[in-house]
Design a protein around this ligand. Sequence first.
Ligand SMILES: *[C@@H]1O[C@H](CO)[C@@H](O)[C@H](O)[C@H]1NC(C)=O
Ligand SMILES: *[C@@H]1O[C@H](CO)[C@@H](O)[C@H](O)[C@H]1NC(C)=O
Ligand SMILES: *[C@@H]1O[C@H](CO)[C@@H](O)[C@H](O)[C@H]1NC(C)=O
Ligand SMILES: *[C@@H]1O[C@H](CO)[C@@H](O)[C@H](O)[C@H]1NC(C)=O
Length: 398
Amino acid sequence: MATVPPCLLFLFLVALTRIIGIARAQFYCESTACDAGGVSIDFPFYQRESQIPGCGYPGFELSCANSTDPLLTLPAEPGDFTVKLISLEVQQVWINDPQQCLPKRMIRERGLNLRGSPFQFTDDYSLVNYTFFRCPSNLTALSMVPPIKCLNSGVNSGNNSLVVAILSDPPFPTPWTTPCHVISWAMIPIAGVPWLFWTDYYSDIKLEWDNPNCGSCEARGGRCGFVGPTLRDTAFRVGCYDLPTQLQGLSRKTKYGLGIGLGIPGGFCIIVLAYLFYAKMKTYEQQGLSRSDFSTIILPRLPVQTMGLDAASIEKYPKTLLGESGRLPKPNDNLCSICLCEYQPKETLRTIPECNHYFHANCIDGWLKMNATCPLCRNLPERSVSSLTPSIPTSPTH
Ligand SMILES: *[C@@H]1O[C@H](CO)[C@@H](O)[C@H](O)[C@H]1NC(C)=O
Ligand SMILES: *[C@@H]1O[C@H](CO)[C@@H](O)[C@H](O)[C@H]1NC(C)=O
Ligand SMILES: *[C@@H]1O[C@H](CO)[C@@H](O)[C@H](O)[C@H]1NC(C)=O
Ligand SMILES: *[C@@H]1O[C@H](CO)[C@@H](O)[C@H](O)[C@H]1NC(C)=O
């Protein structure tokens, strides 16, 4: 019997080192941010200063060097852009100029050059040719047009001139532009129908990406990442991890590690134990003793057991997609009480109808997996006994 404890010890040592090794690899690639509460940086994005390139997809490198918001560099565009929002579900990133003067950058590059980057303008944009004019400030035709203030410095500027952007090819004559002089033209991304003037100088620009295609994975509550034995292989294949399943707390990598960590030495141990069992049985048979002693050998079980809802039950609670305003119909309820963040436009919320409480879908989903009650009123949402799933299956002998 003396060979059994070293065998089990070996099994657990191997499993332990596997789990620690995986935990460390995941630590480097964990969700991060430049600033607490700032835009969170997740795959396919990665942070240049604290993560290795293997954590993200090529072209999705962000920097936290000079800013509380992440900065994105586009290959064909000089200078950085501030990242204001990342939506992994719809595969969009909203960018802006760190100096809050997008028109200046548009003039310099005659537009926004996305060449060589994984991004493109979202469908609601069209590129429209606008000409930038510097006009006398007492021009009555311009009295309703907000001037581009950040362009009012520089040559020929002064208190009596202002810069505006007018359609390069207007559908009607514009003789009143005669006292103005042309600065430059640029292809401006315009969301919706272009007006004679471009006035949306300060809005974020929405870019989207097709590759890697992780939106559906994120929407289903999973987490996208590279597949394969190394962090990223040359084919940049991606897979979906952490989809809500029975072993909710464990990522697929951890489960994989557990499988290898326990499987190989476990198989070895089972062979050893089977051999010992066989040998003992022979001995006992020879000695004419009872075999019941062997029933005391039980495999150790993981002690964790929490009661939450399974993914299917959680999915039964209604979801709400917030509009552009980021506000709920109930005006006083725009803070998620789980993460204490305000609801932002385009976020997905989930309600527990029994108590009419709203939460971020990913916050309440995580909560309900661990705990089947509403975090605010502690009401037990309606559920069937069968939907209660222990995180770790227990054996019937317990
Ligand atoms: C940060 O700012 C300094 C000067 O302000 C500049 O030299 C440097 O290039 C900036 N770094 C990045 C990553 O933008
Ligand atoms: C606008 O100002 C200029 C001088 O800055 C002046 O010559 C011109 O008459 C003014 N036009 C109107 C319509 O007030
Ligand atoms: C603009 O007007 C202010 C006073 O109103 C004056 O001090 C300043 O010098 C003017 N700037 C230019 C460029 O004329
Ligand atoms: C935009 O309009 C300007 C002025 O009419 C013209 O010179 C330029 O070629 C146009 N650019 C494009 C890309 O059409």
